[in-house]
Ligand binder design. Structure first.
Ligand SMILES: [Mn+2]
Length: 292
């Protein structure tokens, strides 16, 4: 059984479809049994929950839901970050998931898994607590100007992307108080954090994480900037938030739609909205994410 964790914060009820699409791609491309652990908050509606259950049940896999609560006021420092509050929920994995989960893949919602997740699952961590993909592999989104790096608290060469992680959850749990420590660190250092969860994980782990091959985190924003066309090669495509649902009409869009049509969110309405956006220039990506 492969354990996979996702996180969701969905104020308008419009973001779950992206997470659902990532899940569909994950489940469609593996023969292994998968147990999905979904960290969510009060924004998860009954309707959305039912859609996830239907989707995962269709593949005869399992899904468990975990309600994460942040202390009041924690959103204020979070607002400095472009991330959803759900980004922080991954920091609670060791505290919230049952002890039977000893190893875990964490996936951002803005991903399409175009490989058998068993490949990532079987990667050797070489004794490290986490495996991740070095940010230095994407020169267009270098972390050199991140405050924590400018201040010399983390090295740019060792900075990793937190969107896709392989985790030895047992060893993670030995870092007792990790969730509480993370929140304290966030509040005390809000001014110097750029991407809250990713910065915090780097403060904790960048000195001794296991670097994984780039194909487990193919950054679509970077690939589009580099004018690299979608090459249909196997890998985990990371749409890096702002690229999600963006109607470019390119191969990365097609890849997303290939799996979106397999979800309970697909329908005539979403098709119509997408087509409208595709034909309307100068739309910002965020409006599309919230409106499709
Ligand atoms: Mn992401």
């Amino acid at each position: 059984m492969i354990h996979v964790c996702y996180a969701l914060h969905d104020t308008q009820g419009t973001f779950a479809k992206f997470l659902g699409t990532s899940m569909a791609s994950l489940l469609a491309n593996t023969q292994e049994g998968v147990h999905i652990h979904l960290l969510h908050d009060a924004t998860l509606s009954q309707d959305t929950r039912a859609k996830f259950v239907k989707l995962v049940g269709g593949y005869e896999d399992m899904i468990s839901f975990y309600h994460v609560t942040l202390p009041p006021g924690i959103y204020n420092p979070m607002m400095r970050s472009p991330n959803s509050p759900a980004a922080l929920y991954r920091l609670a994995m060791g505290d919230i998931l049952p002890p039977t989960v000893q190893k875990l893949v964490y996936l951002d919602a803005d991903t399409i898994i175009k490989l058998d997740i068993a490949e990532l699952w079987q990667e050797n961590l070489g004794g490290a607590v986490i495996g991740a993909i070095p940010q230095s592999l994407y020169p267009t989104i270098s972390p050199h100007d991140f405050p924590l790096i400018k201040l010399g608290k983390i090295s740019a060469e060792k900075y990793f992307n937190s969107g896709i992680l392989l985790i030895d959850l047992n060893r993670w749990r030995h870092l007792a108080g990790f969730w509480e420590d993370s929140l304290r660190f966030l509040c005390a250092n809000a001014e110097i954090l750029r991407y809250s969860d990713q910065d915090i994980l780097n403060v904790w782990f960048s000195g001794n994480y296991h670097p994984l091959p780039m194909r487990y985190n193919l950054n679509v924003y970077h690939l589009r900037l580099m004018r690299k066309d979608y090459a249909a090669s196997s890998g985990i495509y990371h749409y890096a938030g702002r690229c999600l649902g963006l109607p470019n009409g390119d191969g990365y869009d097609t890849l997303f739609w290939e799996y979106f049509i397999r979800t309970p969110w697909f329908g005539v309405e979403t098709m119509a909205r997408y087509t409208e956006k595709l034909l309307t220039p100068n739309q910002t990506t965020w409006s599309i994410v919230s409106e499709i």
